[in-house]
Design a protein around this ligand. Structure first.
Ligand code: AHR
Length: 543
């Protein structure tokens, strides 16, 4: 069994097109710590933060969102239409926009998912919108009333960036190229003029381009070699013409990457990365996607509500596999790209459970519990520890689908425990990772053993130190004593998120059952001391 000792680290990095990513070299911090005796109630855990050894920038894009035309993720969740009695701005609901603004969502991936490889953009522009079908998700009709302009308006209302996924599975390079021309060309071209006639004369900014989705499965069941030949064609011909995105703010292209761990997926990564290393002037890509959900078996059978401690432990054990999966693919990427120019983009992740009883199974409706808050924090911490390679991630999905930030029921809206974690972690966006060392102790349930706590630290642009501390153990509090190597802490305060039970949820009747509370640390000698409640996520700033 691996020791649950955590030593934060971020590998070397030497340059990339990904903005906000500082060039730093930090050798891996080694050293094993002997396994402590099993933790008793509120045993003290010493945490040391080494502020003299800054690591990589935790890219704000790892807090990205994913919004697919799936169930009520878009229709009702985001789009209610201009004539709705639900307060809206140009058809986009105001309550959802206000809630998302507080998360400082860095980017939104759209229109899918599997939907993207059947999406034909022309149906979603202009006055007359074709009604089509959404065969992937419930076989429902797709009114196309939320199309290109509505998506770009939504992204602008929440202050985010567009991550557009183009149709490689059932579309053509010409269709995708024309979509990008429509989006980004100055009005001199017919497509640019058409965009102006449809209400937006200025070229849109498309920050990120996803070239296909799960092309090894719902995106067309392609072999790595077949996908690679498509990737080269789309990378070459799907251009961004926005004059403001030529020299700087260049659109970054993201290739379809693996869907898990093991030979099938390492072969995929190897094929795409080998071709990247051998790239010529005529094709290039900046990111490799990774899709990894927390699902114990397929089809998803774990309930999202009304479960006990055994299911809590099982799901968290599964989610911690993310670390090894990222390490597995990063090692292959390092082989072809030692300078880490290509980002690993975890653009679908999160808990995937059984559909809520009574819901349309194609709509992927699930509740969101305190367990999901802990799951989200553990994954964000993993991404932060791999910040040198993981520079973008998109939780699935933003509203009403899978591990959502927000649930709606007609005019009602609630914020999920996962939302609160994303809001508490805002200070980590573009902050500099700092190594931490501690002995996490064990939390055990049956045959499952998990680290009792999980901690990351970072320094923001203003020089403030932030700590995020997750208590995995649902039964015992943990007293944490934080020492800053190279500085003296005076005070620390922030918020903590916990609730009565591992499956506590927010409902429309009780929307604040799981909500953050203020927390303050005491200073004892030269240490900050705070007690983590069982099954909690805490974020504090240190002054
Ligand atoms: O997020 C739901 C689905 O999961 C997406 O459409 C697909 O890409 C993945 O399999």
């Amino acid at each position: 069994m691996r020791l649950p000792t955590r030593v934060g680290r971020c590998g070397n990095q030497t340059g990339s097109a990904w903005s906000g990513w500082t060039v730093l070299a930090l050798a891996a911090v080694g050293g094993a710590v002997a396994l402590a005796a099993p933790m008793r109630a509120a045993d003290q855990i010493d945490v040391t933060v080494d502020i003299s050894r800054p690591g990589a920038t935790i890219h704000r894009n790892i807090f990205g969102q994913f919004a697919e035309h799936l169930g009520t993720g878009i229709y009702e969740g985001v789009w209610v239409g201009r004539d709705s009695i639900i307060p809206n701005t140009r058809g986009i609901r105001n309550d959802v926009v206000a809630a998302l603004k507080a998360l400082r969502v860095p980017n939104v991936r759209w229109p899918g998912g599997c939907f993207a490889d059947e999406y034909h953009w022309r149906k979603g522009v202009g006055r007359e919108r074709a009604v089509s079908l959404n065969p992937n998700w419930g076989g429902v009709t797709e009114p196309n009333t939320f199309g290109t302009h509505e998506f770009m308006d939504f992204v602008s209302q929440i202050g985010s960036e567009a991550f557009v996924s183009i149709n490689v599975g059932s579309g053509t390079p010409q269709e995708a190229a024309e979509w990008l021309e429509y989006l980004t060309a100055a009005p001199a071209t017919s497509l640019g003029k058409e965009r102006g006639d449809n209400g937006h004369p200025a070229p849109y900014k498309v920050a990120y381009l996803g070239i296909g989705n799960e092309s090894w499965d719902c995106g067309g069941n392609m072999s790595p070699e077949y996908y690679l030949s498509q990737l080269k064609i789309y990378s070459r011909f799907v251009r961004n013409f926005n004059p403001a995105q030529q020299e700087k703010d260049r659109m970054l292209k993201i290739a379809v990457g693996p869907g898990g761990s093991g030979p099938r997926w390492t072969e995929w990564t190897d094929t795409i990365m080998k071709a990247w290393q051998a790239r010529t002037w005529s094709y290039d890509y900046d990111g490799l996607s990774l899709h990894t959900y927390t699902v114990v078996k397929w089809p998803p059978a774990h309930a999202s509500v009304g479960f006990g401690e055994a299911e809590y432990a099982e799901i968290l054990k599964k989610t911690l596999e993310m670390d090894a999966i990222i390490a597995e693919h990063s090692a292959i990427m390092d082989k072809y790209d030692p300078e880490k120019k290509v980002a690993l983009v975890v653009d679908e992740w999160g808990g995937w459970y059984a559909p809520l009883p009574g819901s349309n199974p194609g709509f992927l409706v699930q509740q969101n519990s305190l367990r999901d808050a802990v799951l989200a924090a553990l994954n964000l911490n993993i991404f932060a520890r791999h910040a040198d390679r993981v520079r973008m991630a998109n939780i699935a999905q933003m509203v009403n689908v899978l591990q959502a930030m927000i649930l709606t029921d007609q005019a009602k809206m609630l914020l999920t425990p996962t939302y609160h974690v994303f809001r508490m972690y805002v200070p980590f966006q573009d902050a500099t990772f700092l190594p931490v060392a501690y002995d996490a102790g064990w939390y055990t349930k049956g045959s499952i053993a998990l680290p009792g706590i999980d901690v990351i630290a970072a320094k923001d642009g203003a020089g403030t130190l932030w700590l995020a501390l997750t208590s995995v153990d649902p039964n015992r509090p943990a007293t944490i004593a934080v020492r800053l190597a190279g500085a003296r802490a005076v005070t620390a305060s922030g918020e903590t998120l916990t609730a009565e039970a591992v499956d506590s949820v927010n409902t429309f009747e009780a929307p604040n059952a799981v909500t953050p509370k203020p927390v303050t640390a005491k200073v004892q000698d030269d240490r900050l001391v705070l007690t983590l409640e069982p099954k909690s996520v805490t974020v504090v700033s240190v002054r």
